[in-house]
Every structure is written in C-alpha cells, then in structure tokens.
Design a protein around this ligand. Sequence first.
Ligand code: IMP
Length: 186
Amino acid sequence: MRLTFVTTNVGKANEIRSLLKTFGIEIDVYTIKLTEIQSDSLEEIATRSCEEAYEILRKPVFVEDAGLFIERLNGFPGPYSSYVYRTIGVAGVLRLMEGEENRAAHFKSCIACKISGDLINLFSGICVGRISNEPRGSSGFGFDPIFMPEEGDGRTFAEMSIEEKNAISHRGKAVRLLAEWLKLMR
Ligand code: IMP
C-alpha cells in the first residue's frame, strides 16, 4: 500500500517525508488546496479535509492540520494559524505579545488518515514551548522563527535541522503514531 499526503505546504511535506523514511515508509505528495472548514477543532478540520482528499483521489490518503496556541492570547491563533500567518504574520504575533511576561505556547498537529471504507484514523501530537522575543533562524516555515520548544536548548524551530525539529515537534509526534499504526496494518 502506498500513501498519499495531500497538502499545499512544502515545509510540512518535507518534514513528514523525511521522518516516515526513517520507518521505511515512502509517500507520494499531492498538491491541491482542500476546503478548510471553520472550526475550533483541528480534529474536525483534518477529518473533513481527509474525506475530501479521499473523494478526489480514491486511494489511501492522509492530511495534516496544525496550529499555534498561545496561552496569554487564550489559545489564539489556534486553528486559524494559517490565516493569521498570511495576514499579520510573525511580526504581528510578536506585536500582540509585546511586553508580555507569560510567553507559554504550544503547537498541535492532527493527522487524519483514510485507507478505505468509512473509517478515518486520527493521530495527534503536541509540542510545548515559548514565544521568543524576536525571530531567529531561517529554516522551517510559518511560526518556526518565534517558537522555542521546551524540550530544546533555547533555539527556535527555525534554528534547527529538519531532523532536530522532527525529534521533538508536534508533527513529529503525530507522524510517529501514524507510522506505528501503519506498521501494525502491514
Ligand atoms: P494548516 O495546518 O495548513 O492549517 O496551517 C497552520 C499554520 O500554522 C501554518 O500555515 C503555519 O503558519 C503554522 N504552523 C503549523 N505547523 C507549524 C510548524 O511546525 N511550524 C511553524 N508554523 C507552523
């Protein structure tokens, strides 16, 4: 069985492809913009996107939906992270956090996978950390330059290699759960 990851985000695709490879799992990446419903739940968004992807491709697919949840902003931007990134961006989020002592935040990733039939399997991962005072680093994508994971050494995700980020990231955790489940299915 060969799985197709449906996304328009090259950064996500690179991270996921690189990590799944270490489990001996090769994937295809298919680029189409799926409808992203408005919901407070990443699980619901990922489930609906996965259903749409499966309807279009009619073969084993998975999608991933992720968001940055900032404690001081009551979880904003959360499921609206991609809109916020496109509108106010990293600089806008830093402005909202100006002078804030509490910089706690977490990323959450939710993968939805459909092999066949009616069943959709969900795999989630969370990475706890802090919002930095200024952007640092040039690798990765999105809010990587301003997120310092707690499990790390003070560097932002954008200052890490793809392998270092995958070892501790929300997406890395969700992908490892997917990989373990796929191995059970073999
Ligand atoms: P979506 O999952 O495509 O809805 O996008 C969520 C948005 O959150 C992305 O456009 C990024 O701006 C941000 N995001 C999600 N995951 C990450 C990550 O691992 N690093 C940095 N930003 C992320």
